[in-house]
Design a protein around this ligand. Structure first.
Ligand code: V47
Ligand code: SF4
Length: 389
């Protein structure tokens, strides 16, 4: 039973946000109209105070992070021409296209031999030559070589792609991959669920309802997952709420989501950014904080809201710890997807840097495992960097 929410009414100036705060204090659920009103309010700090109060009732002042390592085994993708926001994918014969062999995956994974990396986060393109056998063999080999490392792999879009090329139902693909070592699934590929938005930015991608369907199937099989929303491109605020509503509904049904992670659209080095004339103008700090705080308040059935510092900078992520966020994307050895679209943030953070950010915000850092179980809260003063290249 979570603690009662202590709403700091003295820090909320907008009467609209106050009224919503009264509803939150009474344990009532927010409607889409409330979410819209919060997005439209100018009282950003009041919204943050409310989201922080809700987060504190659920997670106290603890902020978690995990020592993970990203591996992107292939950038070859059949949707290369239609996901216009993506700067990472390549066609098979295009310059820069790659698909790792098993040995290359194991070589990249070798950083985990330090014993500090606890999770592999594995995602890539929709590659016709990366089917069930490719991933099943990879997961088996990773588990054989690094039995202590959790495998969080393959977005719903990748699962549906494998199912299509293997002519198998989603469920059978998930069963086979779980048997090979898949532990949980990441939340990528959600973009914004609205059909109108998908038509404009990722025309051929798995529909929103299908993304939800793959996650539902995974949850039924005991594979927990994260979920995301790509925001700050062409979507309306109403479409953001529609997206959050679909995530909340599935969470009511299965309880299988571990965390919600909003992803700030990055406009450099991709077709959509050029089309919108947005090159060099990523989302604003104002919008990033609102997106996190409204997510925390609307998704009342989620325990964890994660800030992805690679996209919004470590500094904004630190501030976000007072806007409802209780988890930071961890130390990331090598990250290609965002750096292919011009992210200027560092590619990895050391343990000391993460501790400094969390403590600097007056919160208590805790290292967690992939299921959000706390592993340690005590750190040596000069703790070794965890999993940094
Ligand atoms: O699905 C692609 C997004 C996602 C751009 O589950 C872009 O723990 C911004 O899902 N600007 C992949 N975003 C990353 C992802 C993720 C990241 C961290 C943690 C977890 C987790 C999941 O990146 C893609 C897409 O939505 N993306 N291009 C871009 N230009
Ligand atoms: Fe392929 Fe994913 Fe990029 Fe779309 S976002 S082109 S599915 S790698």
């Amino acid at each position: 039973m979570p603690a009662a929410v202590q709403v700091p009414f003295d820090r909320i100036h907008d009467p609209v946000v106050r009224r919503i705060g009264e509803r939150v204090a009474a344990g009532e659920r927010l409607e889409s109209a409330d979410g819209l009103a919060l997005f439209r309010s100018g009282d950003l700090t009041g919204l943050g105070a409310l989201a922080d109060a809700v987060n504190r009732a659920k997670n106290g002042d603890v902020v978690t992070f995990a020592s993970n390592q990203h591996i992107n085994p292939t950038n070859i993708c059949v949707l290369r021409k239609t996901c216009t926001f993506c700067g990472y994918a390549r066609l098979p014969k295009e310059a820069g296209a790659y698909r790792y062999t098993l040995d290359q995956v194991l070589a990249e994974a070798a950083h985990a031999a330090d014993g500090l990396t606890r999770e592999f986060h594995i995602v890539g393109g929709l590659d016709m030559k990366a089917g069930l056998a490719y991933y099943a063999e990879m997961f088996r080999a990773l588990k054989a070589n690094f039995p202590h490392v959790h495998i969080k792999a393959l977005t719903a879009v990748e699962i549906a792609h494998i199912a299509r090329i293997e002519k198998m139902p989603w469920r059978d693909v998930l069963v086979a991959l779980k048997e090979a070592g898949l532990d949980t699934m990441p939340g990528g590929g959600a973009e914004t669920f609205s059909a109108a938005v998908r038509e404009r930015i990722s025309d051929k991608k798995l529909a929103g309802a299908e993304y939800i369907g793959v996650h539902r199937t995974a949850h039924e099989l005991g594979i927990r997952s994260n979920c995301t929303m790509l925001y700050g491109h062409v979507e309306t605020l109403e479409e953001r709420l529609e997206h959050l509503q679909m995530l909340r509904d599935l969470q009511d049904e299965t309880g299988g989501f571990l965390a919600y992670i909003p992803l700030a659209y990055h406009p450099d080095d991709n077709e959509l950014g050029r089309e919108l004339g947005r090159t060099g103008t990523a989302t604003t700090g104002w919008d990033d904080l609102k997106q996190l705080a409204v997510g925390r308040l609307f998704l009342d059935n989620f325990q964890h809201v994660k800030s992805h510092w690679i996209m919004v900078t470590p500094f904004l992520s630190q501030v976000a710890l007072h806007y409802g966020v209780n988890d930071l994307e961890g130390t990331v050895v090598r990250e290609k997807i965002y750096h292919a679209v011009g992210a200027h943030t560092p590619q990895a953070m050391t343990l000391d840097e993460i501790l400094r950010l969390i403590r600097g915000a007056g919160k208590t850092p805790a290292e967690r495992d992939s299921f959000y179980r706390i592993l340690r809260t005590e750190f040596a003063p000069d703790a070794e960097p965890a999993g940094v290249a």
